[in-house]
Design a protein around this ligand. Structure first.
Ligand code: 5GP
Ligand code: ZN
Length: 115
């Protein structure tokens, strides 16, 4: 765990978060500034900075994040209407928290790209 990392601190419970899913590998919690009716962040419990820092041994873990996203889309009732998964990577993409995460966004009609 990276001590100063915001998401590591949410995962450990040091900072409160609205946690909607947790297992041995991943945690999901609601985004503090939702961009749509459903906006959940799915993160590995293990600290990884970004996609750029992934190693081949992380492949199963990253697949698991997508699996959790699909389950949460169902439980949020947005799986039929559709939803978007976003992973911003680096400054140009607007990544602000350097603990890799998947945004699950849905519950409204979206344009593409978001800009
Ligand atoms: P990024 O810009 O790195 O792709 O996404 C970071 C996300 O974390 C943003 O959507 C932002 O609203 C969310 N966020 C930032 N600080 C907090 C916080 O303290 N709690 C929660 N739940 N979300 C946060
Ligand atoms: Zn972290």
């Amino acid at each position: 765990m990276a001590d100063a990392c915001l998401f590591c601190r949410i995962i450990s419970g040091e900072i409160p978060g609205t946690i909607v899913f947790r297992d041995e590998q991943a945690t999901a919690f609601r985004d503090i500034n939702p961009a749509a009716p459903t906006h959940i962040l799915i993160v590995p419990n293990k600290h990884i900075d970004s996609v750029s820092a992934l190693e081949s041994k992380d492949e199963q873990l990253i697949g698991h994040l997508f699996s959790v996203a699909g389950q949460l889309a169902k439980s949020e009732g947005i799986d039929q209407g559709g939803y978007r998964l976003i992973t911003n990577t680096g400054a140009d993409a607007g990544q602000t928290v350097f603990h890799i995460h998947v945004h699950l966004i849905g519950g409204q009609r979206m344009k593409h790209p978001t800009g």
